[in-house]
Write a protein of this length. Structure first.
Length: 777
């Protein structure tokens, strides 16, 4: 091969932990989410079937893979999409390396370059056939992207840009988790390489899958299951002497009819078509097992370690069909209490129709042994001790406190010590996990989740614990390490901490089970927890918090005012009110093009104080502070220049005359007003509207000055200034005969004269300029 194989999921079977095997040898197990099942298939013998929402496969543990160059192959059988494209391969929260199929029968390949996240090329329509197996492969060598359908090149694109180093996010098969779109159908043989394969190499993989199919059919022609009447692999510890009715299901997973070769009539170790072998101590002995099915006989080994079945004149089993053989007289040994075990099935004396070779083989199955003995009316009740809510913000770790209470008033419930496999009393806590879209899942994973138990007179150290990772289910077994009594009215308290709820709102079932409690049957109760943003604590309500610190406590992440905030009242695009907070501030905002109006019933607003006893009752807005009470600020980035109004005192039109004013007041010391009038600003004593107050300034600039009834302008003030400086000159006319002027007196209407001295002029000028010199009278 021209590239290295990174991953190969055959998808032909699942383990008990709902994982699929990686045949590449790199150990990248696939984790199956939802109710997907490995089902018999006529082409591959067995394939993984997705039937609905929440079903997909992704690497266990969220393991990612970085593949700047790649080949991705898979076999798929799906129905025609109803409207839009459906995903076959995707990435978790990424658009790199995507394979979609479209309703027109085309295949779409998407990937990311450093220049663009929207690189897409598509095959011509009509290449796919629906509800039939087809092989799809895409390659990318960092310059050219190609799509192959059933081994043939269907599209090629020499794309622009530079391929990124690769996206480390996990691969997802069968779903687009970001869009919550899931593709029902059957899947087989998913492969990922770290380079681009040639068409011949892709065809070689297809041929290998076909040979693998033949080998699978040869080695796994028959599936076997031991089931109860509810079609569950559960065997009861029961007091019924007749035992528990069960059924053995034989399913033909091959492509041909399976026939039964003749055997003796009496089943035994050397005479059987099917033998079910169990560990010692699983079946109660002696086991009087029989079959009520026509043409079948059943017999148990004397020590209860095997069941033997013989088919006499039984009809062949068609491909994909199954037959149920009823069994009676089965009962589990009560020793060891409830537990899990394993059955190994042997089959022989079978053949495929038209062939002479005998079919033989083995299969394994897990079987649960559950105590059904004792009284069914155990006085235990389960519930939530402090709220049934996990926050569905996808971030907050919530804690659920469960109780298992003895509600009897006079009966003590004894809990046996010892733990699993030793007959000890057990409590189990189980819930579903999975991505958003799994309606009954509580969380996406159990990472960071802890489960502990306590009871009166014990601590968490007195309890043992076993955690079970069941793929789409998480389960914990809790047990007292030593025997104890649960008195009437007392409870075992189970704490489930660190749960990060799915973002989808809804309810999730938490199954609390009990096993091996002396004198009582095993049982369980399902509690429903809420995934929601609302929580109650005492008389307080929290939104986004489990510990409300007020009657209503809303908690959120830091949001900018460009969002709808933490609290929204009204439609966001209309006259709404938005409240939120940032890293160092809180904010209040109205909706787009809407007015934010503060209109308290009392008509008064106070900033910086809570008491009104020291605030003027007539003041509509009071700001209380030590300094810098109010700042009207215009930021540097604001558009515009020139005159900008920062503060306006406005009086609407009315018949009465009102002068807007600003008052300066120090209690019991002074009141001053700056009053606006048509003729200008007035500086007044606040208590006397007719008296002016002094104005002190380092300088005064204006165009005129009025003192009393006299107004002087700039020219007059300049004369006074020059006069005071001794630089004022005047122009005087001599008489017509050009006589020399003499000093004279000028009267100003008062008794005091002003003497003006005239300098001697040039006698030949009609007009002379003289300097005025102030002299004493």
């Amino acid at each position: 091969m021209s590239a290295n194989l990174i991953l190969h999921w055959p998808l032909d079977e699942m383990s008990g932990q709902r994982t699929v095997f990686d045949a590449s040898g790199n150990g990248i197990l696939g984790q199956v989410s939802g109710d997907a099942k490995a089902v018999p298939d006529e082409q591959f013998g067995s394939a993984l079937a997705f039937t609905g929402s929440g079903q997909y496969v992704t690497p266990a543990g969220g393991r990612g893979m970085t593949v700047p160059r790649y080949t991705v192959e898979l076999w798929v059988r799906t129905d025609k999409p109803p409207a839009a494209a459906i995903p076959l391969v995707n990435r978790r929260n990424s658009v790199d390396l995507v394979i979609n199929v479209n309703p027109d029968g085309s295949v779409e390949h998407r990937f990311v370059t450093q220049e663009s996240i929207g690189n897409t090329h598509t095959t011509p329509p009509g290449l796919l056939s629906w509800n039939t197996w087809q092989h799809i492969a895409v390659t990318n060598d960092a310059a050219t992207a190609r799509i192959y359908v059933n081994g043939e090149a269907a599209a090629e694109w020499d794309y622009p840009g530079t391929r990124q180093q690769g996206d480390p996010t996990p691969l997802v098969v069968g779903a687009d988790l970001a869009r919550k779109v899931y593709t029902a159908g059957r899947y087989a043989h998913v492969r990922v390489y770290d380079g681009a394969l040639t068409a011949a190499e892709i065809q070689r993989d297809m041929a290998e899958d076909s040979s693998t199919l033949a080998a699978y059919v040869r080695t796994h022609p028959l599936d076997l299951e031991l089931l109860n009447l509810d079609e569950q692999p559960v065997l009861f510890i029961d007091n019924d002497p007749a035992g528990q009715p069960m059924r053995l299901r034989l399913t033909n997973s091959s492509r041909q009819n399976i026939e039964f070769l003749p055997q003796g009539a009496t089943p035994g170790p050397a005479n059987f078509h099917v033998a079910a072998r169990l560990r010692p101590g699983v079946l109660a002995t002696p086991a009087a097992v029989s079959s009520g099915a026509s043409g079948w006989a059943a017999q148990a080994a004397a020590d209860g370690t095997a069941l033997y079945l013989v088919a006499a004149n039984a009809a062949p089993i068609a491909p994909g069909a199954w037959v149920d053989v009823p069994l009676t007289g089965l009962s589990a040994d009560p020793g060891g209490g409830s537990r899990g075990t394993r059955i190994e099935f042997d089959y022989q004396r079978l053949r495929s129709a038209g062939e002479t070779a005998e079919l033989t083989g083995t299969r394994l199955q897990y079987l649960d042994v559950v105590n059904h003995r004792g009284r069914p009316d155990i006085p235990l009740v389960m519930g939530f001790a402090a709220g049934d809510t996990v926050l569905n913000d996808g971030v907050t770790r919530s804690t659920l406190t469960l109780y298992v209470a003895n509600t009897s008033t006079d009966t003590t419930v004894t809990l046996a010590g010892g733990g699993p496999g030793k007959g000890g009393s057990l409590f189990t806590v189980t819930f579903d996990v999975g991505a958003d879209g799994n309606d009954w899942a509580l969380a996406e994973s159990v990472a960071g989740v802890s489960v502990t138990a306590t009871a009166p007179g014990t601590s968490t150290a007195s309890w043992g614990q076993v955690a079970h990772d069941l793929g789409t289910r998480a389960s914990w077994t809790l047990y007292p390490t030593a025997g104890m009594d649960l008195a009437p009215g007392k409870a075992v308290v189970i704490t489930v901490a660190g749960v990060v709820g799915l973002r989808d709102p809804g309810r999730a079932g938490i199954v609390v089970g009990y096993e091996n409690i002396p004198g009582y049957r095993d049982g369980a109760q399902t509690l429903e927890a809420d995934r929601r943003p609302l929580a109650f604590s005492g008389s307080s309500t929290g939104v986004g918090t489990l510990a409300p610190a007020a009657k209503l406590h809303v908690s959120d992440t830091v949001l900018a005012p460009t969002t709808n905030g933490t609290l929204l009242i009204g439609p966001p695009a209309a006259a709404s009110l938005k409240i939120g907070y940032g890293a160092d501030h809180a904010w209040l905002q109205s909706g787009p093009n809407a007015v934010l109006s503060l209109n308290p019933a009392s008509g008064r607003v106070i900033v910086g104080a809570t008491s009104t006893t020291t605030v003027d009752a007539g003041s509509k807005l009071t700001v209380v502070a030590a300094y810098s009470h109010l700042q009207l600020r215009r930021t540097a980035g604001t558009a515009g220049s020139g005159t900008q109004v920062f503060l306006e005192l406005y009086q609407e039109q009315q018949s009465a005359t009102v002068y807007p004013a600003i008052r300066f007041h120090q209690s019991n010391k002074f009141w001053h007003l700056i009053e606006g009038r048509p003729e200008g600003l007035f500086f007044r004593f606040a208590g006397d509207t007719t008296s002016m107050t002094d104005v002190y300034a380092a300088g005064l600039k204006g165009s005129s000055l009025t003192l009393g009834g006299t107004t002087i302008g700039e020219a007059e003030l300049q004369i006074l200034r020059r006069l005071a400086a001794g630089t004022l000159t005047v122009t005087l006319y001599n008489d017509e005969i050009r006589a020399t002027a003499s000093p004279f007196q000028i009267q100003n209407g008062t008794a005091r004269p002003y003497v003006v001295g005239l300098e001697q002029p040039n006698q030949y000028n009609l007009m002379q300029r003289f300097r005025l010199v102030p002299v004493s009278s």
